[in-house]
Design a protein around this ligand. Structure first.
Ligand SMILES: CC(C)(COP(=O)(O)OP(=O)(O)OC[C@H]1O[C@@H](n2cnc3c(N)ncnc32)[C@H](O)[C@@H]1OP(=O)(O)O)[C@@H](O)C(=O)NCCC(=O)NCCS
Length: 161
């Protein structure tokens, strides 16, 4: 399945001041894609917001479909190892190939910065996507939110050749 051929898709650097719209996108993506309750979304919001520093000090790129924000990723750290600290597609646009498009852009961007290894702290529901992209699960964090015991963030690695 793909997006409609008539749709225009671009990937570009996030602009200063765009953190508010991007945070809204990320919150909507995480909650609506996985159906998480409000208690979970309010539990550790700093883990999923986009702050101005993500745009000014890290590599934050956005995907637009027909001029509307539909995806974002953030790369944090320094080569040769960086962390993929955000990667989201708007919930109404998932399973159309946009995640793979954004992933490929992210890998190429990381490669151009001299990155050899990416670390991903993955939502357990997104683990299958990252595995499909070639990432490998090496463990899981031992903490879980009080309202969702058994939910554990997966630790994943991806080698860039
Ligand atoms: C994870 C996410 C980015 C995937 O984006 P997407 O646009 O749906 O991905 P694509 O349509 O490009 O899928 C690419 C491949 O991964 C597979 N895939 C996508 N989501 C998957 C999932 N949750 N589990 C297993 N496989 C998945 C697709 O079937 C496709 O496989 P194919 O190559 O055989 O066709 C998206 O679901 C999302 O934004 N989720 C909410 C936010 C989130 O949790 N992000 C990760 C934070 S760590």
């Amino acid at each position: 399945m793909t997006v409609e051929p008539a749709e225009t898709i671009i990937i570009r650097h996030a602009c200063d001041g765009e953190h508010v719209g991007l945070t809204e996108l990320v919150m909507r993506s995480v909650q609506c894609t996985w159906g998480y309750p409000d208690e979970f979304m309010n539990w550790n919001p700093e883990d999923i917001t986009i702050e101005p520093e993500h745009i000014t000090e890290m590599i934050t790129n956005v995907l637009e479909v027909d001029g509307r924000l539909a995806g974002v990723y953030v790369l944090r750290g320094e080569a040769p190892e960086m962390e993929l600290s955000r990667m989201m597609i708007a919930p109404e646009k998932t399973r159309l190939g946009l995640g793979r498009l954004l992933w490929n852009h992210m890998v190429e961007t990381a490669r151009q910065h001299g990155v050899r290894e990416l670390t991903i702290d993955s939502d357990p529901n997104a683990e299958g996507f990252y595995q499909r992209m070639g990432a490998v699960t090496i463990g899981a964090h031992d903490w879980s939110p009080p309202m969702m015991p058994g939910w554990h963030v997966k630790i994943m690695k991806y080698q860039i050749r």
